[in-house]
Design a protein around this ligand. Structure first.
Ligand SMILES: CC(C)(COP(=O)(O)OP(=O)(O)OC[C@H]1O[C@@H](n2cnc3c(N)ncnc32)[C@H](O)[C@@H]1OP(=O)(O)O)[C@@H](O)C(=O)NCCC(=O)NCCS
Length: 178
């Protein structure tokens, strides 16, 4: 919980993600936790790397009839970036969403200047579906938001290609791409 609160209250993280929140106290966070603990429409998964908590991957606003959900990811600021942790976490989340929960579509969005996010989702087979112009206000300016999504059939196609890569397949054998 302290790591989560640190991320919520971190201005650099706030600059990179679409969502926003007021500064959050421990009490507010515990109240929030007690509210969501039995929630069947919003799941938050801890991302671990070498036994340490390094971030969260989410499936939220799950619509069980239309079989869609929103997905987001955040790695703590001191987590090594560009090492595949994000890809691993997105793959694990897609696998759970499409292969276990039987969802049909995942969507999310990123800010125009979030190149890491753009590259991550492109690498994971997601498609940009348009542009919400100036829909996000951060640091005294409006920014474009890029909605992105992947369909179930696209995920299975992507997975085949992804696992053809020797390095990725090796990680599966090691249990990395769970
Ligand atoms: C976005 C984020 C999850 C990426 O995690 P990561 O572990 O660095 O991602 P990966 O190492 O799996 O990289 C995936 C791809 O993105 C590229 N990438 C990662 N960081 C990048 C950066 N800063 N600039 C350009 N490309 C980047 C990688 O090179 C890789 O592509 P490649 O394999 O073709 O080279 C991480 O930077 C993060 O948590 N950022 C802060 C929160 C955030 O922006 N969340 C997303 C909101 S929509």
């Amino acid at each position: 919980m302290p790591f989560l609160r640190e991320m919520i209250n971190d201005p650099e993280m706030e600059r990179m993600v679409i969502g926003w929140s007021f500064p959050t106290s421990e009490k507010q966070q515990m109240d929030w936790y007690n509210r969501i603990i039995t929630d069947q429409k919003n799941f938050r998964f801890a991302i671990e790397f070498e036994g340490q908590f390094v971030g969260v991957s989410t499936l939220t606003q799950i619509d069980w009839k239309n079989r869609t959900a929103d997905h987001g990811i955040k790695l703590c600021n001191n987590t090594p970036k560009g090492k595949g942790i994000g890809t691993d976490a997105v793959y694990a989340t897609m696998k759970y969403a499409f292969e276990e929960l039987q969802l049909n579509r995942l969507h999310g969005s990123f800010l125009d200047y979030n190149i890491a996010s753009q590259n991550l989702y492109k690498k994971c087979g997601w498609k940009i579906e348009g542009c919400y112009r100036q829909s996000i206000f951060k640091n005294n300016a409006f920014h474009d938001e890029w909605p992105t999504a992947i369909l179930r059939e696209e995920y299975f196609e992507w997975k085949k290609g992804f696992l053809k890569n020797e390095e990725n397949a090796k990680n599966v054998v090691k249990g990395g791409w769970q």
